[in-house]
Design a protein around this ligand. Structure first.
Ligand code: ADP
Length: 672
């Protein structure tokens, strides 16, 4: 076995690999960028090396830097994790040249299977069914147009080098093709430095079912059953489970055997995943193969009782596969949910910010929490915004679902918007509980899963106000302590005024608008004028940072975080968010006429599709923002005339920057 492994990755997967390495007695070297100096994976490893600045291109994707770190620390193996260089054949080659064992398949397999087009051609030859489509060399628009016509709309444009749902566009009609090609090319070039595209028939209601395979150097090849990863947004998985619900034993066997046959055809080695689309009629098609460990590998580990990272190390070290196919069996059911810093109410836009509060479910035999961050850490714009994976096991699917529901309920995250409520809603949704999953699930059930904005109930509003009042009281007390005249009436926090009974106002903003709450101080507590009538509230913070309050005689304990003008209340059902309306801080953008575009997150302008003076329709894409390695199409929210475009292609923008302003004479859209 190896003496020391360098993990060419970050976050939860680096931490995950370190755990197994340590158990096997392998020394660990972490690498980090400037943004990750104090990251969890750095703290967990035996040694750590800086490999460059925050941008992945100059650090986690910099082969030279990483190999220099391996040399310096005398590592004898390198584990690439997933993402970054995990499927980069040049990296595997360079590692071998540097005398390192690459924990993964050989460079040729990575090269052949890394391209979706080449992989499809190889699998077709091996007799594996593939999705009908075009994966040729010719890349001009005219060829794509005629091929799309031959395949029949809707078609799916994909980046051959693709991953993580990037560079993928569904095209419903011929007229949309050119724009989809341009945008997919751009995204593919930015993400994979390769603009090559392919076309596929877009299946209307498939399931994503993938098979975990493993091979050693002695010709042993097994599969560790399948995972269903149909629950996706933006073509990217957020809930995965094993085994796939509702498969007949015959179908399960055929999927496993087909995956193994495909891998045998390419002389595969180490861990891999063969992804299929399973159609409603039970036919399945090869989609792509991932030549690495998958994000969702824990569910397979949980139903097979194996440690796949250990298998990877053993095979890479030249050992035989630990088990034969006949030794492997499915036990129980496992589900993983990915917690992301992203906003389901705003097109799942990735979010950045500091994890002011991070409470995860308690880990145990049946609950695994894989995370690469801890409370106080920053979710930055440079890397994947995943916060944690929660993987649970149950004797059967329902048991696993209950554990998932329970675990998600226990999650408390403050400081950034997350998809926690969406995941919790999925875990409770009757169709999910019934196992009726397909890749359109989230889009189809969106209205139920992401409820329209509504006004928070009074107890939630009371807690939000109390959080503000407690903070105001704290800061006034601090000020008073500093002030020369400790008894100055100006420092009183009870609304005391020279002219009698004082009142203060808290102005909360939510998605429905502004709510003004009048507060009166009364007998050690406050009386708040809330929408349903006056509410008496008193309380304080607990050592754990929660607020313990008496609201009209009811005892309530929950988190109400007040940070930088944002208030988040959680622990009382879904997460409720408010902004403190501050007349002095009112953003200039709030006064912008309807239709004006504001950057929803920091990023780079990838395209500007309109000019000053243009008359545009609601829904028309005006600007494309590249952020967190993805393109976000920003569309006009109303019909109108553009007064000015404030950005140019290539410009870096901050969240809240005004990108496009509309003329105030522009009519509002009449459609709702
Ligand atoms: P990536 O490598 O970016 O993850 P995949 O090729 O694995 O891309 O596809 C991601 C997801 O996109 C699939 O799980 C599926 O939901 C959807 N998808 C891919 N190809 C098709 C297709 N031909 N028809 C319908 N959906 C598809």
């Amino acid at each position: 076995m190896f003496a020391k492994v360098l993990i060419a990755n970050r976050g939860e997967i680096a931490c995950r690999i370190i755990r197994t390495a340590r158990r096997l007695g392998i020394g660990t070297v972490a690498v980090y960028s400037d943004a990750d100096r104090k990251a969890l994976h750095v703290r967990r490893a035996d040694e750590a090396c800086r490999i460059g600045p925050a941008e992945a291109k100059a650090s986690y994707l910099d082969i030279e830097s990483i190999l220099a770190a391996a040399k310096e620390t005398r590592a004898d193996a390198v584990h690439p994790g997933y993402g970054f260089l995990a499927e980069n054949a040049a990296f595997a080659e360079a590692a071998a040249r540097a005398g390192l064992v690459f924990v993964g398949p050989g460079p040729q397999a990575i090269r052949d299977l890394g391209s979706k087009s080449r992989a499809k051609a190889i699998m077709e030859k091996a007799g594996v069914p593939t999705v009908p489509g075009y994966h040729g060399m010719a890349q001009d628009d005219a060829t794509f147009a005629s091929e799309a016509k031959r395949i029949g709309f809707p078609v799916l444009v994909k980046a051959t080098a693709g991953g993580g749902g990037r560079g993928m566009r569904v095209v419903a009609a011929p007229a949309e093709l050119a724009q989809a090609l341009a945008s997919a090319r751009r995204e593919a070039e930015a993400a994979f430095a390769d603009p090559t595209l392919l076309l596929e028939k877009y299946l209307s209601r498939p399931r994503h079912v993938e098979v975990q395979v493993f091979a050693d150097a002695f010709g042993n090849l097994v599969h560790l059953f399948e995972r269903d990863c149909s629950l996706q947004r933006r073509h990217q998985k957020i809930v995965e489970e094993a085994p796939a619900p509702g498969l007949s034993p015959q179908l399960r066997r055929r999927l496993g055997e087909t995956a193994v046959a495909g891998c045998r055809a390419v002389g595969y080695r180490n861990a891999g995943t063969v992804e299929f689309l399973l159609d409603e009629d039970g036919s399945f098609y090869f989609m792509e193969m991932n030549t690495r460990l998958q994000v969702e590998h824990p569910v397979t580990e949980m139903i097979t009782g194996q440690d796949l990272v250990e298998w990877q190390f053993r095979v890479a070290a030249g050992e035989r596969l630990p088990l034969d196919q006949s030794d492997l069996a499915i036990k129980g059911h496992a589900i993983e949910a990915r917690l992301y810093a992203e906003d389901p109410a705003r097109d799942d836009l990735p979010q950045a910010g500091r994890l002011v509060r991070l409470v995860m479910p308690t880990e145990g035999k049946d609950v695994r929490v894989e995370s690469g961050v801890s409370e106080g850490d920053e979710i930055g714009v440079h890397y994947d915004p995943m916060i944690a994976k929660i993987a649970v096991w149950g004797e059967d699917r329902l048991g696993a679902i209950h554990r998932l529901q329970e675990s998600l309920e226990a999650v408390r995250i403050g400081g950034v918007v997350t998809n926690r409520d969406l995941l919790a809603a999925i875990a409770r949704h009757p169709a999910f509980v019934a196992g009726k999953v397909d890749t359109g699930f989230i889009a189809r059930h969106r209205a139920a899963l992401v409820p329209a904005p509504s006004r928070a109930p009074d107890p939630v509003l009371a807690l939000a106000c109390l959080a503000v009042l407690l903070d105001r009281a704290d800061s006034r007390r601090d000020e008073a302590r500093r002030a020369a005249d400790r008894h100055s009436p100006w420092h009183r926090t009870d609304g005391w005024r020279l002219n009698g009974v004082g009142a203060q106002t808290i102005r909360l903003r939510d998605d429905l608008g502004e709510l003004s709450v009048t507060v009166r101080f009364q007998g050690g507590g406050y009386v708040l004028d809330l929408p349903q009538g006056p509410v008496r509230v008193a309380g304080g913070r607990t050592p754990a940072g929660e607020i313990s309050a008496d609201i009209d005689g009811n005892q309530v304990t929950a988190f109400a975080l007040h940070d930088g003008g944002e208030i988040a209340v959680f622990g009382l059902g879904p997460t409720w968010r408010f902004r403190l309306a501050d007349p002095f801080l009112a953003a200039a953008t709030e006064d912008a006429p309807a239709g004006s575009l504001i950057a929803p997150m920091p990023g780079k302008i990838a395209a500007v599709n309109a000019g000053a003076g243009d008359t545009v329709r609601r829904g028309q894409v005006l600007v494309v923002l590249e952020a967190m390695k993805m393109e976000h199409a920003l569309a006009a929210s109303a019909d109108g005339r553009i007064e000015a475009i404030h950005v140019r292609r290539g410009a870096q923008v901050a969240e809240g920057d005004l990108l496009v302003s509309f003329a105030s004479d522009g009519k509002e859209s009449s459609e709702g």
